[in-house]
Design a binder for this molecule. Structure first.
Ligand SMILES: Nc1ncnc2c1ncn2[C@@H]1O[C@H](COP(=O)(O)OP(=O)(O)OP(=O)(O)O)[C@@H](O)[C@H]1O
Ligand SMILES: [Mg+2]
Length: 262
């Protein structure tokens, strides 16, 4: 579904990304982890055609990202790290969910029954079904983040690109959100590439993990890679990995440990 071949990007003679190669199959839920400045957001921008690599190429479903994005609106749901919505505007949740469909001076347009049904479905899935007529400025940061996810989903995406979708959500909802995303990938066959710093719990939910720091240091199923060693390589020796043990499968915070398994 997403193929990245020999991708490098250098700016002013400095490598931001160097020789990145990977492939993600359709319907897979993949996480990218790595320290600040590792090039994670840059990589997502290259995949979504917002940036061009200095060398190498990306293909989505066999074609260049620009061409893939032109197939239809909403085919890629992209949640950027920095909000593109001005949350102080006098808009309701529904307005923001359908912001691409709102024409100038069209804030008072009525939404079709089909649009409302779709919005209600996804607002419900993300636990904000009762907020659809609220003004967005009255929502909490975590609720605003969920609205952004709903906005991606009403576009009926084939590919979801999420850049730290969980920065503002609380620990309980965090786990819930990963469960929802896993369900979305499994049941709807939507491919998900998500950047997160939430290393402790993410391995329980995703199909594959990529450790990035300019280079791609590892890529594989969480069970197959020596994540602790890789994260030490990527984050530095001082990194203490928050691990879940088998017996704390449903706990929220994991157990601090410095081994990969026990
Ligand atoms: N337009 C640019 N010009 C110069 N340097 C840039 C530019 N864009 C990104 N960088 C640099 O590239 C590096 C990677 O940035 P990027 O935003 O991809 O990191 P990240 O892994 O997403 O980090 P974070 O976890 O903090 O979000 C950073 O050092 C950043 O300063
Ligand atoms: Mg980033």
């Amino acid at each position: 579904m997403v193929e990245v071949k020999n991708v490098s990007l250098s700016i002013n003679g400095k490598y931001i990304l160097k020789d990145i190669n990977f492939e993600i199959k359709k319907g897979s839920f993949a996480a990218i982890v790595g320290p600040n400045g590792a090039g994670k957001t840059t990589l997502l921008k290259i995949i979504t055609a917002l940036l061009k690599p200095s060398s190498g190429w990306v293909k989505i479903d066999g074609v260049e990202p620009e061409k893939y994005l032109r197939r239809r609106r909403g085919i890629v749901g992209y949640l950027p790290q920095k909000a593109i919505v001005n949350w102080n505007l006098p808009l309701t949740v529904l307005d923001v969910v359908f912001i691409q469909d709102v024409k100038p001076f069209g804030f008072f347009r009525r939404y079709s029954d089909e649009m409302l049904k779709l919005a209600n479905h996804w607002l419900g899935v993300f636990g904000i079904g009762n907020k659809k007529d609220e003004l967005i400025k009255n929502l909490s940061g975590g609720e605003q983040q969920r609205v952004s996810l709903v906005r991606c989903m009403v576009g009926k995406p084939e590919l979801l690109i999420l850049d730290e979708p969980n920065t503002a959500v609380d620990a309980v909802y965090n786990v819930r959100m990963y469960e929802i995303l896993r369900k979305i990938s499994r049941e709807l066959g939507i491919t998900i590439i998500m950047v997160t710093h939430d290393i402790g719990v993410i391995t329980e939910f995703v199909d594959e993990v990529m450790c990035l720091n300019v280079k791609l240091h590892c890529h594989g199923k969480p069970s197959e890679i020596d994540l602790s060693r890789m994260l030490n390589t990527v984050y530095g020796e001082s990194f203490g990995l928050l691990l879940h043990r088998e017996q704390c499968k449903n706990c929220m915070f994991g157990v601090r440990d410095d081994k990969t398994s026990d």
